[in-house]
Design a binder for this molecule. Sequence first.
Ligand code: TYD
Length: 233
Amino acid sequence: MPKTRGLFITFEGGEGAGKSTQIRHLADRLSRRGFEVLVTREPGGSSGAEAVRHVLLSGAAQSYGTGMEALLFAAARNDHVRHVIRPALERGTMVLCDRFMDSSRVYQGVSGELSADFLGHLERVAIDGTPPDLTIILDIPAAAGLARAQARAIAAGVETPDRYERENIAVHETRRQAFLDIANREPQRCRVIDATRDESTIAGDVMAAVTPLLADYPSAESGAEGGETEGVS
Ligand code: TYD
């Protein structure tokens, strides 16, 4: 039976892992094959979630504690799932999301301040029955990722890194390990890709991870190669 629901693919990893670059590559490749593609990101991606995004990234919620931050990320995610992600999947669109539930498991989870039970409840409410079909974890040592993120910020003329980029290398390395632990626990859903290599090699590995999931889609055969990202919203 050919599939009509789109695939939900999330990208995870630390700062400077190259998620947005790789999402663009995958979006290009999928649209060239004739798929509708939606690129989105968290925190944000829907109007309700975008309203919460700046509160989280500015650090304004930080003084209210990790529990408050976790609840806000979950609220934003639930809005994003209900208003953007799920409707797109139901239309048959391939949804590529820059960060999703694993970022909450890792960033809020490694603080050690919240119980697994609390985080598990929040996750279930947030994703509301829509887990990713595939999660690409772009793995890079913390120091290398931070150096890349800093170079990018300088090039963009951004002087102060956001709340999460201000933290030290040990914290980033702990998070990296937490992403790898998730991949070990859920090998069916997660693929770890070495993000220290060049862009096109990584893009090839990402496509190789996605290709088996495209087998049941009729449009995978029909689209011609060529064309740019115009169809990507
Ligand atoms: P952002 O500026 O969007 O960039 P990037 O994804 O490239 O790092 O930053 C999002 C930050 O929010 C990131 O540092 C991780 C953090 N975050 C969480 O702590 N929990 C979450 O659930 C999500 C989605 C993100």
